[in-house]
Write a protein that binds this ligand. Structure first.
Ligand SMILES: [Fe+2]
Length: 165
């Protein structure tokens, strides 16, 4: 048997995975800011970059509380999602189409994180880690808000522009 023998182990494993995902996203978001043409979209990515740094910090606080080293894991799902976004950007689409595509890729990322944090909250609650559950829920709420903001931007301004290219 490996080191994953109970829900606590699995929770730690999930936290490490999310930690890697957040660190990768912090590196990737500046590229999204640079490549967004719509000012509101740029602003949304800039804000989410700051939030994402906060998410990383919350995970570090949880790691300290649980006496857990979060390093050493690579989230391959986030790696793939970021690669796809970068590939799309490198195809050099029309600027309005590029905005619509970057939103699509960013929302995939948000949905992945929403799923991961949803699971992490549930595990933390099951294990009685109430502080951790609260912090993870805060991040989950911010991810959901970021997703809603992107959705609104897409529907109200980016998609209509991309349509009339
Ligand atoms: Fe995040």
């Amino acid at each position: 048997m490996g080191e994953l023998n109970n829900l606590e182990d699995l929770f730690h494993h999930q936290l490490k995975d999310i930690y890697s995902a957040e660190k990768q996203l912090i590196k990737a978001l500046p590229t999204m800011v640079e490549n967004a043409s719509n000012e509101q979209l740029q602003k949304a990515f800039e804000e989410h970059l700051e939030e994402t740094k906060g998410h990383k910090k919350r995970l570090e606080e949880i790691g300290e509380e649980l006496d857990l080293d979060l390093s050493g894991e690579t989230c391959n799902a986030m790696k793939g999602l970021i690669e796809e976004a970068e590939e799309f950007i490198s195809e050099n689409p029309d600027l309005d189409v590029k905005d619509a595509g970057i939103i699509a890729d960013a929302q995939r990322i948000e949905h992945y994180e929403i799923s991961a944090y949803g699971t992490a909250v549930t595990f933390a609650e099951a294990l009685g880690h109430n502080n951790a559950a609260k912090k993870l829920q805060q991040t989950l709420d911010e991810e959901s808000e970021a997703d809603a903001t992107l959705n609104e931007l897409a529907i109200e301004s980016v998609n209509p522009r991309a349509k009339s290219v």
